[in-house]
Design a protein around this ligand. Sequence first.
Ligand code: FES
Length: 98
Amino acid sequence: MNREREGSKDMLIITICVGSSCSIRGSDELAAEIQHLIKKEQLDGLVDIVGAFCMDTCSKGVSVRVGERAFEGIRPENASEFFYKEILPYANSTLLSK
Ligand code: FES
């Protein structure tokens, strides 16, 4: 996982909080699972993961941004559901429509 950086118009950036609260709740496992799904769906080079420190939305799970959309309370065990509901459709609509 890279540290925070600017996204490009041709790449969807998934920002995963690696602050202490989110780390305890499984941000590393969530990032690893999402990375696996990015490879599985052949989105390498189109979707990338970066880490961020506390996003001020500590709650029941990990805080995540998909592009500019913010989510909180994501759990590693829900990574696949989250990916196919919130990441893949967004990647398809924002990247593949260009
Ligand atoms: S530690 Fe992740 S939102 Fe605060």
